[in-house]
Design a protein around this ligand. Structure first.
Ligand code: SF4
Ligand code: SF4
Length: 336
């Protein structure tokens, strides 16, 4: 949540923004204007990647300030298709597939549809109870429409729905984890259940089944979703996963704090800029010597299908990568 008392007007948030070219004076002028509730140039350039809050050294949460001003001014150009997607999402029927009573619930929210083939068809998920459907969807993605109020409106309902399961939860979708682990605190909501990110779950499984792993011996880049700006600490789980499955993460320009957005939120409104961002991201992964790029968010996975095919890089969803190490699927050929 934006905390003006923590802002010392250093300007780092917007100087580091990868989508504008601001010097310190310009950055400070924009932040000052926003703090005073006024229009600022950044509202017309922001692509809602949430990164500035991670860049802020004092924890003032500048993206929250930008988001509130985006909602107030409606400066972000939202495609009607995106509004329709979110409005329709909550109406997707819920489903509960029971698993072993002593194993956690795996929440897919509404993301199953965007997963690549066989992403969940694995021993990794044996015995988990599975829930999916609109009421398990956190709506955090509304930030990519420059809106926060719909998230807050449904936040308590979302937590109550998960709490009603009476079990520990593993989240497939990075957004849902970010919502539960970070965003609901802004709304004063307490989370009354234990939960875990997919990375932690996969790390635990692989650590417990090391004799089933054949090390892959590959170099793999990671495309980090924007929701991870709320929970950057879990990158350490991915490093452990890579070590367990024999994958090297070659250093590259656009990763960890300097990760680029998949550009899904701007494909419809700024298509040329979106293509430029995607090209930078994929080509950077190629230039660092990666044999593939992995995704964590099903929406990012979908958004990166075209550019990875276009530039000739394998794109693999994280669970498919783990399946390869477990001998459940082969290393993929490059898409033609
Ligand atoms: S949310 Fe992303 S694009 Fe928007 S100002 Fe912050 S860093 Fe820049
Ligand atoms: S919000 Fe944070 S990074 Fe931005 S000017 Fe204030 S203190 Fe600096």
């Amino acid at each position: 949540m934006w905390d003006a008392s923590k802002c010392d007007l250093c300007g780092d948030c917007l100087v580091k923004c990868l989508y504008v070219d601001y010097d310190k004076d310009k950055a400070v002028a924009d932040i000052k204007a926003l703090m005073e509730g006024k229009e600022a140039d950044i509202l017309h350039k922001c692509i809602t990647c949430c990164a500035c809050s991670e860049y802020c050294p004092t924890g003032a949460d500048p993206f929250d300030l930008i988001l509130k001003m985006l909602e107030k001014t409606r400066a972000f150009p939202v495609a009607q298709e995106m509004i329709g997607f979110f409005e329709g999402a909550f109406a997707i029927p819920n489903e509960l597939i029971p698993g072993d009573p002593d194993k956690p619930v795996f929440s897919l929210c509404i993301m199953e549809h965007w997963l690549p083939d066989r992403a969940l068809d694995s021993q990794l998920f044996n015995g988990l109870t599975v829930v999916k459907g609109g009421e398990y969807f956190c709506l955090l993605g509304y930030v990519h429409l420059g809106l926060e109020s719909p998230i807050e409106k449904k936040a308590q309902e979302f937590i109550d729905k998960l709490a009603s399961l009476g079990k520990d939860i593993v989240f497939l979708h990075d957004d849902c984890y970010a919502m539960v682990n970070a965003k609901v605190k802004d709304y004063g909501i307490t989370v009354p259940f234990n939960y875990m990110h997919l990375f932690e779950y996969l790390r635990n499984y692989l650590r417990d089944h090391q004799s089933s792993i054949t090390k892959l011996g590959k170099k793999v880049a990671y495309h980090r979703p924007c929701a991870s700006r709320y929970t950057p600490e879990k990158d350490a789980f991915l490093d452990e996963i890579f070590e367990l499955i024999g994958v090297e993460r070659p250093p590259r320009k656009y990763e960890r704090e300097t990760a680029l957005c998949c550009a899904a939120s701007i494909i419809l409104v700024y298509p040329e800029f979106a293509a430029e961002v995607q090209a930078k991201n994929v080509n950077d992964a190629i230039e660092c010597g990666a044999d593939a790029i992995i995704t964590l968010c099903p929406m990012c996975d979908r958004a990166l299908r075209r550019p990875t095919t276009q530039y000739g890089l394998r794109k693999i969803f994280i669970t498919n990568l783990c399946r390869m190490a477990l001998g459940e699927e082969p290393w993929p050929e490059l898409a033609a």
